[in-house]
Design a protein around this ligand. Sequence first.
Ligand code: ZN
Length: 281
Amino acid sequence: MLKHALFLIAVLGLLNTGNVLARGANTPEYATIYITRSLNYDARKANINPKIVDTIVRIFSWEIDFNKDLQKGDRFIIVGNGGTHPSAIIYLGANKRVAVFAYTDKHGQNNYYDINGKSLYPSFLKAPLKYDRISSKFQRKRFHPILKTWKPHRAVDFAAKSGTPVYSVASGVIQHRKRMGALGNVVYIKHGSNYTTVYGHLSRFSHGLKPSSKVKKGQVIGYVGSTGRSTGPHLHYELRYNGIRQNPLTYRLPKQKNVGTTDLWNFKNKANKILNSLRSY
Ligand SMILES: [Zn+2]
């Protein structure tokens, strides 16, 4: 695995010198999107099929925030540009490099995986803690026990003993970790560019967690409490997609996929061949 990783770094390092790609003309086999303004704008300029652009956004938004991270001079190399299913897409950014390779599984589904055969998106836990019961579901209107008014509750409340550990439901990056009005001690975690989870009323946070800290799926981020506007110990949990709160109990999150073990050797071999072929591009 390390050998593959080093190889990837070596090849991409070579590409990044710029000279190799200086010939730059878009052949049917390879195409490059040079970022000057935005992915959409520059992809159109490079005559890239809009379906491929959709694919790029769908896959790479787990690794790149297209609004914040993309910089002038970044490149996307599309290998096998003939149809709408390239065999590889490689992002060469100022701060990050990401390569994905196509693989069709036994159900005939085509997806993209990293050099180790893993899809870029993380898998999510069903619930962020071991809870006693659900004390309030996701609902448009509920009678608020403290405010004594009808308010929407676009979250799930999990009742649990004070001090019960709370886990990040997936790998991600801490966005906020602070005391915030009604939510009390709250943690916001960003997963990819589109998903955010929110954990409220915590008694305390895990040591060493700061905004921009990376967290893993199942990592303890804090402990159940009753801080903020709360009548008893519980976790207020939100799942947001593009800023819109979804029902965490019914929302269908993407499931992480891996290249099948019997195909893995072949897959890695093909991926390395593709990277190798870029040397002469
Ligand atoms: Zn709540």
